[in-house]
Write a protein that binds this ligand. Sequence first.
Ligand SMILES: [Zn+2]
Length: 550
Amino acid sequence: MLHTRRRLLSLAFAAALSACATTAPPAVAPQKNPKLLVLVVIDGLPMRQVTGYRDQLAPDGFARFLDHGRWFSQAHYGHGHTVTAAGHSVMLSGAYPQRSGIISNEWRDPATGAQVYNTGDVAYQYIDSPTAPLAGTSPRNLKVETLGDVLRTGSPASKVIGISGKDRGAILPAGHKGTAYMYMTETGRFASSTYYMQAHPQWVKDFNATNPADAFFKKTWAPLLPEAAYARSVPDGQSWQIASGNGNKLPAVIGDKMDGPGPRFYGGLLASPFGDELTLAFARAAITNEKLGQRGVQDILSVSLSSHDYINHAFGPESRLSHDHTLHLDRHLQAFFQFLDKEVGAGNYVLALTADHGFTDTPEWAATQGRDAGRFNSSPSLAVVNTALSARFGVDRLARDFSASGLLLDEKLAADKGLKFADVQAAAREELLKLPGVATVFTREQLLGDDRTTPYLEAMRKSFDPTRAAQLQIVLKRNWIFSYRPGGSTHGSPYDYDTHVPLLFWGPGYVGQGEVKERVEIADLAPTLAAIAGLPAPAQAQGRDLKLKP
Ligand SMILES: [Zn+2]
């Protein structure tokens, strides 16, 4: 009896199995999770610079993504004030500044008018390096969690490390539970802060003990390719290209006319291809010594390379200097990726590459191309607005200052003087709109409202945290920049040249191949990486999983 029942059961089981066999797809090995996620950020790299020099790329740098990975040719930031801290806060949180609170690199507290730096936190100091006032030492101002926070909450043995030439480039992607190391322009060393640890691990001490930045003293930045290769870019030595620092012509000697390495040299180093080379050397040391992706748990490494941003600020993204820097960077990336293949193993990690913002062409050059381009200088503009407000309301200094992408009005002063804030705001807006270069100005009420059709309003809304942002948000005309100096260029607008950045993935087995032309947002990066890693997306993410599995 028992025997018969067993036999019947086993027959039923066999029948069920054979039914499965006819309908189920061929058996595949369960998808394992990558042991290491590597996010490479190129500070200030518009997508047009990647595709614009594609024919001159090395086979395994950017081309690793373009030829063997999945890449998005229309990836944009959704927020309007496209600056470094804001971009870095979005990448691994998936949340826009309206949620992350990282509205800009710095801003004025609307209540007190005090200057705030995005990663500033006086409670913590750099380790073995001096800490200046307002220095970036912790993620305290970041109101959201990152993918690294999600990972470490579920897997405390996992490591999340952020490395960058800039404090904000290291701290914001590392989140609240990771570890950040940043380049110190005072000492030429990399430092963490007391938010993360009390003393550096031995490998960091060893790295710094060799004074690695000094090895680049008097090194020459020479063009990588023959002159003819740069015919598509604006030649060196233009009047609008900043000639201080390393000069505005190649070849350039880094540390020229200096007696020895010091803060001026260490700062200038960052504005050359050697800044990236040094940062990647530190990243290699981190991978080897922390055994990232080699310990049976998942890890996350983010490396934000700052040099391209400094170069674009000085010479513009249209310049030969920036073109050549992109090519040097490409070769450094190739060497770094090949190091990862060897150290971590090509099947064990996934690479993602993006930028924190794009770049505007230098206005003086744009003008030579027939564009209406210019510089909006905030100091004289503030005086003009305050003079008009004084004449109208009989109260001085109703406008405190420009703050991030806006004009901050003194709401308390207006109330104390018995003025209706709405009247002051409307008058200030009217004055701003008269200034050259101003396209539109949004009020706090518009930014807090739900109008989704007015151009650029939704983008500026994504940059607007009412507890931190100025009440009036300004959008300049296309090709105009906020600028306090006569040369160079910048970014920070909601226009495509500032929002359109690379979004590139590589990881055989984890990520498919080919170009995707659909418009996507950088807020999609964190949910996408989360899905690849088998993790939940960060809680406040506004993006979506781009579903990259092959
Ligand atoms: Zn930047």
